[in-house]
Design a protein around this ligand. Sequence first.
Ligand SMILES: *Cc1c(COP(=O)(O)O)cnc(C)c1O
Length: 358
Amino acid sequence: MPFRKHYTGLLDRYRDRLPISEDTKIIDLGEGNTPLIKLKNIPGEMGVDAEIYVKYEGLNPTGSFKDRGMCMAVTKAVEEGSKAIICASTGNTSAAAAAYAARAGITAFVLIPDGKIALGKLAQAMMHGAVVIQIHGNFDDGMQLVKEVGEEAPVTIVNSINPFRLQGQKTAAFEIIEELGAAPDYHCLPVGNAGNISAHWMGYVEYAEDGIVPTRPTMVGYQAAGAAPFMRGEMVDEPETVATAIRIGHPQSWDKAWNVQKESGGWFDECTDEEILAAQKLLAEREGVFCEPASATSVAGALRDLKSGKIPAGSKIVCTLTGHGLKDPDTAIKQSTRELITVDATLEDVKGAILNNM
Ligand SMILES: *Cc1c(COP(=O)(O)O)cnc(C)c1O
């Protein structure tokens, strides 16, 4: 039996396409190489005719796609002699920064909106030993502060304005192309700061320009209705949504993302919190795939655009599921309609509970 080589993460796998030299000391946690799962039940049940795949980025080491960019950013920060990194975060960036800083033996400072991040993400930042600074403000306030502190203190900013982040994140497009043997027709993503949609486009363009595949997908970005600056055509000052990972009103990759929209012939749209939570539940109940609310925005939007015909029938679609459902157990339990059944610890009662619910 031929054994598979020990997988050492996406920086090693794609080193030829990343800013890495022979001497670069790679900091990895085996990130990337996430499953591309074909939806088997939802398309039929929803009456849409399409080949839909979800790229389950929740299976990265800290449970979100942020690991793809963070391994690259921390590797470069350490190479440049930095002893500390800093980021503003709606949660997942702080979890990734904390983990990779721990791995590298440097300090992570994370600014999070007080009381507005999912519990799992806070647990991660704390367990990995980051210095967690809660601010009485939202992500956009934190981001502004991080930019100002970065000018004055010896810390490397690892938000997606750090160009190495997007370099790492573009590898998701490479993986998708390699698995499908082609680019999909459409690629749908949730959009917050819009770094990820921009990074995916970089990856798709790179493989097309190098002649690895002939086509590039149409890129579609979905925002939460209460935090949809791309739909409003201007920044939003008080973003609000249950999908806390995309509760962002001042996207850092504004120009880049508009460019992606133009070059790919794609569009932006918005989903209500109800649509987002319904899609999250649908994926969990019908496909066995548990993602966090923000992630489900991609599927909510894609299904709606398929039904309306904006995405034509027969299309091959990839939806990125950006983070794991376990990140935000509170929201999951709150919206579940499943009843917990409590009975006495007797054979009779347990049997009764089973027979009543067959
Ligand atoms: C960061 C994040 C997003 C948004 O990605 P951007 O690059 O900011 O657009 C979406 N979903 C989850 C789970 C995230 O952590």
